[in-house]
Every structure is written in C-alpha cells, then in structure tokens.
Write a protein that binds this ligand. Structure first.
Ligand code: NOJ
Length: 744
C-alpha cells in the first residue's frame, strides 16, 4: 500500500531532462508536440489516453471501498494500461478531505503515472466543482447554477467560476466538469437546479461566462472546463433523469443547442456528452451531434468526454451494439475522445485495443482522439507543470471569497411577494424563525456538496445557516428566536411581530433528486398554514433547486426564493430580509401554480388550447421579481427600422429608479413576431442587462444583439434545414415599451 502521507513533493519537471524530443519542448507548437508524441506511442499507450477512471479504482479494494492507495491497482491502471486521466466524481475525495490532502492525493497519482510512463505522459485530473470546489471540506460553496441564473449577471457567474478555478487549481486538478449548459424546462427533473435557466439566451450567456472564468482565471494552474451534457439532456420525456427524450429538429436547433454553442464559442476546452438518448439515438452514438454539429458546424477543437460509464451503456442499457468493442467503436466513431469509467470497469482497455485491431476504429480516428487528449494536456501545461504545491492548497481554498459568495447569493434571491411592505423587517421587533431549512447547511447547499447527494450525515461544513444569519445580522433591538419545533413556533408566533419560515427541499443529485410532484411537502405546507392562522405576518423563504408548487403555503405576506444559496446563504437572506441589501434577482424560470403543468416555460408555443392552465399561466412568470424600490423601463428604440439577417440590432432603453433606495434593475428585452410561418413563442428574450441605479436616477442603456438570434428552423413538420431569420416585421419590448423593425 502507498499511503498518501508518505509521498514527498517535488516540483521537478519531467521535461527538465529535455532529450531533444519535440514533444518535450515547451516552446514547440502544440500540434508539433502532439504529432511527435503520437508517433512514438504504442497502441496500448494510445488506448490508455482514451480512458478516464474514477480514483476509487486506485484505492483500497480497487473498486468502491476507498482508503489508501493500493499499489497493485495503481500499477494496473497507471502503468499497465497507461490510463490518461483520473477523476474524483461527487464525494470521491481523500479521507481527511482537506485541500492539502486533495493536493497530495492528486500529486500521488500524477507522480505514479509519470514515473511509470515510458514517455512520461502526465495524467489530467478531473473533478465536479459545480458550485465552488464543492467536494472539499472548507471550500466556499457558491449558489447552484439556478441561483446564479436568477442574478441575470453573467459577470458575477464568471467571477464565481474564477474563484472556483483558483480553488480547483490549488488542489492540483486541471479539469472541471462544469458548467451545465442544459435548460431548466421540466420542474420534475432532478438536475433542474444544475442549470442556469429555462431560457436559451440566459443559460448560454451564463455558461459562456463560466467557461471564460474557469479557463481564463489567472491563478496557478490552468483548468479546463467541460460544457455538459451535450445535447438535450434536460429533456427526458417523463421528467426522470436519463429517460430518452424526443424533440423535433426545430426544437433541438432553435431552443436546445444555442446554450451549448454559446459555451463552446466561449472557448471551452472540453465537452461532456448527454447520458440520455435523443430522438431514438443515444447521444454517445450520435455522429450528428458529436461530429456534424459540434465539430463540423461549430468548429469545436477540444476533447469530447463521455459521461459516467456511458460507452458501456450503448451495449448494456441501449442495446445498439452487442459487445464492448462495438460500443467503444460506436462512441469513438460518433465523436467521443475519452471514456469516463467507473472503478469496476476491467474491460475497457482490452476491448478498445480489440476494436482497433478488428478495424472497428480506424488508426486515423484513434490518432485523432488521442491527439486531442494530448493537445489538452499540452494546452494545460501538464508536461511542464505536472504537480501542485501541496503546502499552498489550504490557504488558497479554505474560507476564501466569502464576500463574493455572499454577493452571489444575495443577487440570486428573488423577492416574489411583499404584501403590505412586510419586508424589509422593521428593526426593534420580535421575530420567530422556524422551518426545516432554517438551520440546515445540507439543505441550503444542495446536492454535489461534499457528497454526491449533498453533505453526508455527521459532516459539518463551515458556513452560515439562515437561522444563524438572521440572528447574527439582526439590527440592534431586534429579538430573533429560532424555534425548530413547528408546534412551539406556532405558539411563539402568537406573541411575535413577524415569522420567518424557511422551507424547501432536501439535497439530492441526478435521478435521486427527480420529483414527480414538485411541490412543497404537505407537512411544510401545513406548518406555514398554521403560522398564517396566527394572524402574524409570515415571510416564507423557499430553499429549493426548483420552483415548488406552494399549495396551502402560497399566500404569505412575504415570499423569497432563495434557491440553493451555498455556505453564505444565511448572511444573504439576512441582508435581504433586514434591508441591508435590496432584492434584485429575477426568476430565470417559470414558477408553476399547480402540479401537473410540467414541463412549464414561458416559450410555450401558441395553440388552439383553451382549457384551464393549458396556456402559460404560472404563479410567477419568467423574469418576475420585486425590489424595495420602484423602477420604470421605457422609451425603447431600435437603432434602425430595417435590418438584414446578418446585422446587429442596437436598442436603447431608458430606465429609472423612482423610489427611495438604490438598487439593481434587470432589464430584459424580448422580441415577438406578429406573424410567422412556423410557430414561435409569444416572446423570446434577445438581450438583457443589469443596471445599478441610485434613488431618482435615470439612465439610457444600450443593448445589442445579433439578428441571427431570431432564426428559426423553417419548413413543414419535418423541417430540418438550417435555422433562418424570417423576413417580416418584429416587435421588441422592454417593460411596457415597444419598438418595431422589419427584417428584409
Ligand atoms: C455523472 C454526471 O452526469 C456528470 O454531470 C458528472 O460530471 C459525472 N458523473 C462525474 O461525476
């Protein structure tokens, strides 16, 4: 056994002993290095580069046990199979789980790999750092993507991504499986909270900002992002994760693909494939998605990685091939460059070698896939800087960027109701705080936090819960009592001035988090109703990864959607409820009022339907959100009345803060088409910005968007050609103000 603790640290670069090989020359062009290395590699060594194996394969019983490194397994994986990449999926960290131990763990793997690699090819280590470096104890946890989407502030998303890059890089990992560019359309889907929005533009702009933040973060080692899950993963037909989805080419092209494209265009080095099937074809076997669209249309140059065990799924789950070599060939020939493998996979390597020997995968395609993986490693600088400085990891990760996390959480929360001005809570009052999510770090951080399904029992994550935040942040003279027991809280409420009840969902991830009934649990609805019955004003704070149908809890005086705000969530809620901060989040999704209306999104197409709830009739619409001040949005003008499909449209809007508090206003600009040859939504978001306005301040803001954003797939029900901007008239709207233009 190798214990991580006894492995020393060195920064000696393997390339230091430059023997003149081109691939070892740091200053040689990357493609020359790739070609030089490729020609030296054996088939076995090449196949190794197609593999990414879960770190558990190197530990304990070499499957799932975890524990110390096991040299026999390290040898099989890193020496015999020359595996190109190792990953820690959700929850796969070192036992002590400090940043330093992560760095030691990753250095240990890297050292073993390099010392047993004939050509000294480093591994690239991947992690799921989807809201901060969330597997690591003591790392600052940002809001999940759905909350960042609610901030309508891609620059903020970019800043959280840069912070994540710094943390990930400091622990030695150089590949982050983020961001998620899928859409939030079906409230039942367990991964709804991992997306930014139901809207393609809002999701795409945030995903692009995250890619730039992760990859251009300037601290320490370079980190690759991975745009996932390409494509159409958010559309399982019955809302259950990974159930096959069916979508027309029109919906795929016009609605589903743009957010991934935005993230790819932002320079993403890697893309992860959708585990599901689209239109009867598993995405992992889709040459159309992985090659025709991604490579040929979008010119993506990076690495395509499979999702977990999904190459084997082509045989075992989808039955589109009858053996593993066939599955590997199907995936690789469709465009997969690397397979993500669970620790119990023992046959990928031999099967891939077999597939090449049988001619199922051509030498050319093999070299292309391996070349891309090597390109990634050269691009990341791993040949020159394979190791991380373990001694710096703790300081670079523990408790860093808390202010940013607090700001992100504050900007993400959406005030949905404020009857009678119950908020901000006046100082000097008695406030009862209760509810199952009031003092739960696990609930407010959600899935993918320390554990895959969220914080495991018995693990304490530093941060501020909502009850703690409300106590610590209370203005002088305000008396805050946290009363965990519901019945007692109802009793105590009778003599209080206001009640804050914090409800929501338990953490979860992937299929475990699916909810066929995305509503507030009955006992929580009952608690809220009982508190309401006291007659004392009730402020409901919903901590959830999706909009929950609120039922009997649906008419409280105050209502704040807090999403999954992370470790600073408690301070953010306090800042907003006490009025230290002015609410500025806007719904990035639609909030259904009744169960059974899923999927629900504002871009529902027009129809002849007329039954109750059959149209778009949410409790709170996409874009909804209140503030403690008042605004006007008006005088919308387009910079020209006639445009061509290739033009950029400029728009001016005058915004004003007509109230008495400073605030941030989100300004969305929508387009509608009075007449269109194929159905288009009643409105589509085409541009947005966020403006800070002092009380009484008025400003004209300028926004632009490419007219190509208006393109739709033409044709009959089998329409499949390239999206086109239809000629005709269009109407822009912002607030109550409209402007028209014509496309020629
Ligand atoms: C499966 C998930 O679908 C994906 O998002 C994640 O990155 C990988 N597992 C690795 O944990």
């Amino acid at each position: 056994m190798i214990t991580t603790a006894c492995v020393g640290f060195t920064v000696t670069s393997p390339a230091a002993a430059d023997k003149g090989e081109v691939y070892l020359r740091a200053n040689a062009p990357v493609q020359a290095r790739v070609q030089d290395l490729l020609k030296r590699m054996t088939l076995d060594e090449k196949v190794g580069q197609l593999e990414q194996i879960a770190v558990n394969r190197l530990l304990g019983d070499c499957t799932w046990s975890g524990g110390d490194f096991n040299e026999a397994c390290m040898k099989q994986v890193l020496a015999d199979e020359a595996t190109g990449s190792i990953l820690s999926g959700g929850g796969m960290g070192p036992k002590s789980n400090t940043p330093k131990d992560w760095a030691i763990m990753i250095n240990t793997v890297q050292r073993y790999a390099l010392e047993h690699s004939r050509l000294r090819v480093p591994i690239v280590y991947g992690v799921d750092a989807v809201h901060g470096h969330n597997n690591v104890l003591g790392a600052t946890i940002f809001p999940h993507q759905i909350g960042l989407g609610a901030a309508w502030n891609p620059a903020l998303t970019g800043a959280t991504a840069e912070s994540t890059q710094r943390a990930v890089a400091a622990t030695g990992a150089t590949w982050n499986f983020a961001p998620v560019a899928d859409l939030a359309r079906d409230q039942r889907w367990g991964r709804y909270y991992e997306t930014y929005s139901e809207d393609p533009l809002l999701a795409g702009e945030n995903a692009a900002a995250a890619v730039r933040g992760l990859e251009n973060g300037r601290s320490g080692r370079k980190v690759a992002s991975s745009v996932k899950h390409f494509a159409g993963y958010s559309e399982p037909s019955n809302g259950h994760d990974r159930v096959p989805g069916d979508m027309s080419m029109r919906y795929l092209q016009d609605t589903i693909l743009p957010s991934y494209k935005a993230a790819v265009d932002a320079g993403a080095l890697t893309v992860m494939v959708n585990s599901g099937a689209v239109n009867g074809v598993p995405a992992h076997a889709s040459h159309y998605l992985l090659t025709d669209v991604l490579r040929n249309q979008w010119r993506f140059k990076g690495v395509v990685i499979s999702d977990w065990n999904d190459v084997l799924s082509l045989q075992r789950a989808y039955h589109v091939v009858n053996d593993y070599p066939g599955a590997i060939a199907a995936a690789v020939n469709a465009g997969v460059d690397m397979a993500m493998l669970p620790p119990d996979d023992r046959t990928f390597h031999a099967s891939a070698v077999d597939a090449v020997k049988r001619g199922l995968i051509s030498q050319k395609r093999l070299d292309e896939a391996v070349g891309r993986v090597l390109w990634l490693k050269f691009t990341l600088g791993l040949f020159e800087h394979p190791y991380v400085d373990e001694s710096k990891a703790d300081a670079a990760v523990l408790g860093t960027d808390k202010d940013l996390a607090r700001k992100a959480a504050t900007e993400s929360m959406v005030l949905l109701r404020n009857t009678g001005g119950v908020l901000p809570l006046a100082a000097g009052k008695r406030i009862v705080v209760t509810g199952p999510s009031a003092d739960s770090m696990a609930n407010q951080t959600g899935g993918w936090t320390i554990g895959w399904q969220g914080i495991p029992a018995g693990v304490t994550v530093p941060g501020t819960t909502i009850a703690q935040g409300l106590k610590a942040g209370a203005p002088a003279g305000t008396d805050v009592a946290y009363v965990p027991d519901g019945a007692e809280a109802v009793n105590r409420a009778k003599s209080a001035d206001a009640v804050v009840v914090v409800v929501g969902e338990k953490p979860g991830a992937e299929g475990e988090s699916d909810s066929p009934r995305p509503e507030l649990a009955a006992d929580q609805q009952q608690l809220v109703a009982s508190l309401q019955a006291t007659g004392v004003p009730v402020v409901l704070v919903v901590v959830s990864g999706r909009p929950l149908v609120l039922g009997a809890a649906g008419n409280t005086a105050g209502l704040l959607a807090a999403w999954l705000p992370g470790t600073e969530g408690g301070n953010a809620v306090a800042d907003l409820l006490y009025g230290k901060a002015n609410p500025s989040g806007r719904l990035p999704v639609s909030w259904p009022k009744n169960l059974g209306n899923e999927p629900m999104y504002y871009q529902q197409l027009p129809g002849t339907n007329g039954g109750p709830d059959s149209g778009y009739s949410p409790a709170f619409a996409f874009g909804a959100g209140l503030s403690y001040t008042s605004y006007t949005i008006g005088n919308l003008t387009a910079n020209r009345s006639q445009i061509r499909p290739g033009d950029t449209v400029g728009v001016d809007v005058t915004v004003a803060n007509t109230g008495s508090r400073a605030g941030d206003l989100v300004v969305p600009v929508y387009v509608s088409q009075p007449v269109s040859a194929v159905l288009v939504p009643a409105k589509r978001l085409v541009a947005f910005t966020r403006v800070t306005l002092a009380p009484g301040q008025s400003r004209t803001v300028h926004l632009t968007f490419p007219a190509s954003r208006l393109a739709v797939t033409p044709g009959d029900v089998n329409g499949a050609g390239a999206p086109r901007v239809e000629a005709g008239s269009y109407q822009l709207s912002a607030g109550d103000s409209t402007a028209t233009f014509t496309v020629r």
